[in-house]
Design a protein around this ligand. Structure first.
Ligand code: ATP
Length: 199
């Protein structure tokens, strides 16, 4: 799976619609301090489902919407979309081109879309689980991250290894199955009690 393009519209310093295309090889983004390089990485993380405003270097989520400048009024909506080449079917049962889009309005309303179809945030998180592309994955290494991985707790480091090995999805399914099993055991206990009472 390849990242083809990232489009920002009203996201942080990107008031106008800006499309960044990723061709074969390495893409470097250069620019003076404060020109918006890190905002691009924030946009990438946000469209992949980031829920923490702090991780996006803000106080509240609405801080990601263009807040105005000397020459421009603030906007009421931020939109980011990301396009993947899915010819290798990394994202199962989806077409060769997959576009994920996230929108946030100042009113607090938000939308997630996969190929123009409204979905839940959970659908996006599940789609990318174990692909190495999820919002917390090792594919996005921000400033200071390498150091923090070395200094992190063994459990946190293990999470990264599990994501890389592709087993997080199965761990989540195991937890779900275990809680269903517990629920079923409770029901069986209740049935057993009723049977005893009837006897
Ligand atoms: P450096 O090289 O110093 O790390 P950078 O190129 O990574 O800088 P960013 O941190 O991406 O720069 O961008 C910071 C700029 O984005 C600041 O000028 C800030 O005012 C602007 N910015 C952040 N959020 C918003 C917003 N909601 N509306 C308008 N501008 C914003």
């Amino acid at each position: 799976m390849k990242l083809k393009a990232l489009t920002l519209n009203g996201f942080k310093s990107f008031a106008d619609k800006t499309k960044i295309e990723f061709t074969d090889g390495l893409t470097g983004i250069v620019g003076p301090n404060g020109s918006g390089k890190s905002n691009i990485i924030d946009a990438l993380r946000w469209v992949l489902g980031e829920q923490s405003a702090k991780s996006l270097r803000g106080d509240k989520m609405a801080d990601i919407i263009f807040g105005g400048s000397e020459s421009r009024a603030s906007l009421n909506r931020a939109e980011v979309s990301i396009e993947f080449d899915n010819t290798d079917q990394t994202l199962k049962r989806l077409p060769e081109s997959v576009v994920i889009c996230r929108r946030l309005y100042r009113s607090g309303e938000s939308e997630f879309l996969i190929n123009n179809k409204n979905v839940r945030l959970r659908d996006i998180s599940e789609l990318f689980m174990d692909t190495g592309v999820s919002r917390n994955s090792f594919s996005i290494i921000s400033q200071g991250k390498v150091e923090s991985v070395f200094n992190s707790k063994p459990e946190d480091r293990r999470y990264l290894i599990e994501e890389a090995a592709g087993i997080s999805k199965y761990k989540k399914e195991k937890l779900k199955a275990r809680s269903e099993l517990m629920e079923t055991t409770d029901h069986l206990d209740r049935v057993a009690d009723v049977i005893i009472e009837l006897d």
